[in-house]
Design a protein. Structure first.
Lengths: 85, 163
């Protein structure tokens, strides 16, 4: 399993557009990908669940990857989160 | 005969989604924002609103209400995840011109008022008011029939989903 930690920098958090980007990125990998906040863990391929996390700027996000392409998925998400969220 | 008809009308694998906003129904691929236009969030229809109201498109539970009240999603009692997103980039308005009438976790009936918005003010502020209505769990359906034939009233048939 791989883990990526990220503090949300975007003041708008995970709304419709980033949720769509996350799902699109996650769909390129076969690994199980989960987003965890202080209160919830959700599947990175479920848009409604991602938006329902209600994350804000300053919140810590933990993303975990489990599967044959977990290293590649973790690298891609690490870059995406730094760039966009 | 009667049993067959009953089965068709009460088909648990079929779900009807009604129109949440009065206006003109157009293909979602007409939406300039690729998040919607390229169906990244799922299949759906876009409404060009004529009236600043969003009503529940089916019986269900409010699952997401973005804090700025420009978007709401429901999990319907039959399992569809429906997002109604009023306008493009309207998150930037930070809630101005939007009023929410529900909160996350509320049970709603088809036709209940979810949001109100000031259509003219949003337009004047420079935003496109086109309102995508998206089935977020589109991949769980074998077929999604879309009815985007122009003018549409609240609660007219908008989509038919088949498992």
């Amino acid at each position: 399993m791989k883990t990526v930690l990220h503090i949300i920098q975007d003041k708008l958090g995970i709304h419709a557009r980033p949720a769509g980007q996350i799902v699109k990125l996650a769909s390129q990998y076969s690994s199980d990908i989960k987003f965890t906040t202080a209160s919830k863990t959700v599947d990175a391929r479920r848009i409604m669940a991602l938006m329902g996390l209600g994350v804000h700027q300053g919140d810590q996000l933990k993303v975990t990857f489990e599967g044959t392409d977990e290293a590649a998925a973790a690298a891609a998400f690490s870059a995406y989160l730094k760039e966009s969220l | 005969m009667f049993q067959t008809l009953k089965k068709i009308f009460a088909n648990p694998k079929q779900e009807k989604i009604c129109d949440p906003v009065e206006g003109e129904a157009v293909p979602i691929t007409d939406v300039s924002d690729p998040t919607f236009g390229e169906e990244i969030l799922g299949k759906g229809i876009a409404i060009k609103p004529l009236k600043g109201r969003v009503v529940a498109p089916a019986d269900g539970t409010v699952t997401v209400l973005i804090e700025s009240s420009h978007a709401v999603s429901l999990l319907t009692d039959k399992g569809a995840e429906i997002l109604v997103h009023v306008g493009l980039d309207t998150i930037q308005l930070e809630g101005q011109f939007f009023t929410a009438h529900v909160k996350v976790g509320d049970r709603v009936k088809r036709g209940d008022l979810l949001l109100e918005f000031d259509l003219d003010a949003i337009r004047k502020a420079g935003y496109d008011t086109i309102t995508p209505v998206v089935v977020l769990n589109s991949n769980e359906y074998a077929s999604i029939e879309l009815f985007h034939g122009g003018p549409i009233k609240e609660l007219d048939l908008l989509m038919r989903l088949m498992k």
